[in-house]
Design a protein around this ligand. Structure first.
Ligand code: 13P
Ligand code: SF4
Length: 300
């Protein structure tokens, strides 16, 4: 039998008792070799519950760090060593500590797109699919600091009718989607339903039909009785939407919404990760212990 990259990955996966997790924004060919493809919350849950010894995380650093904290006994590999999330890097633990000193009675909610050190300084962690529930569960009398995404924070504040102190972070990929892009796409596809990610700007969110996480988009595409959708998120999302809904049409709000960090993982470097067992992602135990409180709140 001819050996292919895919067959080598399969064989190594068995040898190492490894599982491949891939985020919805990964390249189509990477999604296709993964055991589980999902949003941040689904992948965190999968990392915590798998009985594999090795997790190959096709995503960005904060996702692999989260997996390493939820499953400290497992080996977590990030195939693309330099795949980070610029938004997660927009706040440091020192900056968050300063913010907490200015608002000593506030509870801190951090978006999962944050470093392990920032999670360790937070009371609750959330993802785009459960931010509203997490914030709604906080005592109404409490002030809330939300970091680092001002857009997800602003959206969650609206949804829960809570006043929140927001850090000025943002995703450069989602903020490159402009309201004008949606208007133009709507002119080209007047019958399409517009769904956008919660990381988009308020102007974009206001003219969308639905504001969702990536798993929320998959659910809507499957369940909603519509044939056409305009998709306001990273373009990797279109692979799964089209694969799982072959009879429906999906149009990107803009082709420019590409996350360069999500595209650093290739099928080749998944193979190299399994061959060389690299790049191992670990989190110091003192940081992990503190961050776990926030992570437990996220997984609940
Ligand atoms: P989801 O959790 O909705 O998949 O979002 C993750 C992310 O990084 C969005 O930019
Ligand atoms: Fe970070 Fe934005 Fe890329 Fe998501 S799409 S990983 S938030 S830079």
């Amino acid at each position: 039998m001819v050996e292919t990259i895919e067959s080598k990955i399969e064989a190594l996966k068995k040898d190492r008792n490894a599982v491949i997790l891939a985020h919805n924004y990964q390249l189509g060919e990477v999604q296709d070799i993964a055991d589980i493809v999902g949003d941040s919350l689904e992948l965190a849950r999968a990392a915590a519950s798998t009985d594999a010894d090795v997790i190959v995380f096709c995503g960005v650093l904060f996702m692999a760090e989260t997996a390493a904290m939820l499953s400290p006994e497992k080996t977590v590999l990030l195939p693309a060593a330099n795949a980070g999330c610029p938004m997660a890097d927009m706040i440091t633990a020192d900056q968050l500590r300063e913010m907490k000193q200015e608002h000593p009675n506030a509870d801190v909610v951090c978006y999962v797109n944050s470093s392990a050190e920032v999670k360790a300084e937070s009371d609750y962690c959330c993802t785009s699919s459960n931010a509203t529930e997490v914030v709604a569960g906080i005592d109404k009398k409490k002030e809330i600091i939300f970091v680092p995404d001002k857009n997800l924070g602003g959206y969650t504040a609206q949804q829960t009718n809570r006043k929140m102190i927001l850090w000025e972070g943002y995703c450069h990929v989602h903020t490159c989607i402009r309201d004008g892009d949606i208007v133009k796409a709507k002119q080209q596809h007047p019958n399409a339903t517009v769904m956008v990610h919660c990381e988009c700007s308020s102007l974009v969110r206001e003219i969308a039909d639905a504001v969702l996480s990536t798993s929320g988009m998959l659910k809507l595409a499957k369940e909603f009785d519509a044939d056409e959708f305009i998709v306001g998120t990273e373009v990797g999302m279109l692979h799964r939407l089209r694969k799982e809904n072959p009879d429906k049409k999906f149009y990107p709000a803009t082709e420019a919404a590409v996350c360069p960090n999500m595209k650093l993982t290739t099928v080749e470097n998944v193979l190299w990760a399994l061959e060389g067992m690299e790049h191992k992602i670990t989190v110091p135990n003192d940081v992990r212990v503190l961050a776990m409180k926030a992570l437990e709140a996220m997984r609940a």
